[in-house]
Design a protein around this ligand. Structure first.
Ligand SMILES: CC(=O)N[C@H]1[C@@H](OP(=O)(O)OP(=O)(O)OC[C@H]2O[C@@H](n3ccc(=O)[nH]c3=O)[C@H](O)[C@@H]2O)O[C@H](CO)[C@@H](O)[C@@H]1O
Ligand SMILES: C=C(OP(=O)(O)O)C(=O)O
Length: 436
């Protein structure tokens, strides 16, 4: 176990390059199972969740050749399906949410799959119904085995069908798309999730020979093909990391340029930070966040208090709500943060309150932040990161606070932020990784 020791109050300054997107990586890496040919992937983030998924692929006998730190060639020409119901697989795959997306490609290519209880953030109930019902509609049978805790799926034949998803689940849509690409006939998926992660996956599958149309919309049409071949794919920059750096710049009174941010793929994210009063200057594909003495939360046209809430893409991603919340602490004005999707993602605000933030937790889904206008600094404390985004939000709070903070359980942060301490030190942060 490790912790971060942070001495706050330093203005972060300089340039930072975002890592490749974690949630895209988990989809793309699962998709290498769809072909016996070589797939070259670049801009792979060096983070715990992604490394764990690569390890799982290797255990399944997928050849992985690292040509550089962020590039690897994968070849799934001799997959060991038996590994998927081993205890080792159960243990390892249970540590990350992304492992659930091995099921779609396995069903597609080998007609059977096993889904253990997936890991990932403990941020509320995270059901798998959308995945399983989608597979069933394509012709798969499933059985939940109480003894081993696995969903067992088998599909002697997968056939195209029309489906209306119960909810636009991100990993659910990816899983169903990957199962449908080699089904016979045409599949339509309505109410599909359409995050850039999914757009990237579908574009990659099309380069491999799939026939997917409607990419970027909530209606995907997939004409089944019999074979997929190799390809090359580059991951987009991580939009959640980009949002985290914007919040960090504002809270530390810093001046940061985020290089090569792929602004076209950020959707509504920049606008939400602008609603907090944060200036963002775009030059080419770079985002400059200049130092601002005060950032003032906007109000609605009728003068009402701003609410920022999550919504499936192209709405605002739930993964940035904790970051928006912490960023509002030093704003001028008030904002209601409404986390609609997850019921246990806001409880970390008690730590922010201990640090001196003015926050009212209304219920598990809603919190009102009353900005301190930089008139009062947060105080450093010792705290533990409950999930990846709350962890980074606590880190942002610590970087802006007076005195020393200790953030424990930073493995949560390492799941999704590459060498974060080294990169922040380059921006002038006083942060140390320590045992304990
Ligand atoms: C590995 C990965 O890619 N993880 C992301 C993925 O998780 P994941 O794919 O697991 O999340 P889902 O999209 O399935 O749904 C997340 C939660 O939101 C609820 N829900 C979903 C859609 C909706 O319209 N209404 C609703 O309430 C679901 O019931 C569930 O509890 O998408 C989430 C939602 O963007 C992100 O937080 C996760 O970072
Ligand atoms: C919730 C997240 O991740 P996961 O779905 O992998 O737990 C996240 O990335 O914010």
């Amino acid at each position: 176990m490790h912790s971060f020791e942070v001495r706050g109050g330093k203005k972060l300054q300089g340039e930072i390059i975002p890592q490749g997107a974690k949630n895209e990586a988990l989809q793309i890496l699962s998709a290498v199972l769809l072909t016996p040919e070589k797939v070259t992937i670049t801009n792979i983030p060096d983070i715990l969740d992604v490394n764990l998924l690569i390890e799982l692929l290797q255990e399944m006998n997928v050849k992985v050749e690292r040509t550089s730190r962020d590039t690897a060639i994968f070849q799934a020409d001799n997959v060991n399906i038996d590994y998927l119901h081993s205890d080792d697989y159960k243990k390892k795959s249970g540590r990350l949410r992304g492992s659930v997306m091995l099921a779609g490609p396995m069903l597609s290519r080998y007609r059977k799959a096993f889904i253990p209880k997936p890991g990932g953030d403990k941020i509320g109930r995270r059901r798998l119904d959308t995945h399983i019902i989608g597979f069933e509609k394509l012709g798969a049978n499933f059985d939940y085995n109480n003894e081993d805790g696995f969903f067992h799926l088998s599909a002697p034949h997968l056939h195209g069908t029309n489906m209306l998803l119960d909810e636009p689940s991100v990993t659910g849509t990816a899983n169903i798309v990957m199962a449908a690409v080699m089904a016979s006939g045409t599949t339509t998926i309505y109410n599909a999730a359409c995050e850039p992660y999914l757009q990237q996956l579908c574009k990659m599958l099309n380069r491999m020979g799939a026939k997917i149309s409607g990419i970027g919309s909530n209606l995907l049409t997939i004409e089944g093909v019999t074979y997929l071949g190799g390809t090359e794919h580059r991951m987009l920059p991580d939009m959640i990391e980009i949002g985290s750096f914007i919040g960090m710049a504002a809270m530390t009174h810093g001046d940061i340029t985020i290089k090569n941010a792929s602004i076209d793929n950020l959707g509504i994210i920049p606008e939400k930070f602008r609603q907090l009063g944060i200036q963002l200057e775009f030059t080419g594909d770079d985002i400059h966040i200049p130092s601002q003495d005060i950032y003032e939360v906007q109000r609605y046209l009728d003068g009402g208090v701003l609410t920022i809430y999550d919504h499936p893409w192209p709405g605002f991603t739930p993964d940035l709500l904790s970051i928006v919340l912490v960023t509002a602490i030093q704003a001028r004005g008030s904002v209601l943060i409404h986390q609609k999707m997850f019921e246990s993602r806001l409880f970390f605000v008690d730590k922010l309150i201990d640090m001196g933030a003015q926050i009212i937790l209304c219920d598990p889904h809603r919190a009102v932040v009353i900005g301190l206008e930089r008139e009062q600094k947060l105080r450093g404390i010792t705290m533990s990161s409950p999930d990846i985004r709350a962890g980074v939000s606590l880190l942002i709070a610590a970087l802006s606070a007076e005195g020393k903070s200790v953030i424990q359980n930073i493995e949560q942060i390492d799941r999704g932020y590459q060498y974060i301490d080294d990169r922040l030190r380059k921006l002038g942060a006083d942060i140390k990784r320590v045992e304990g």
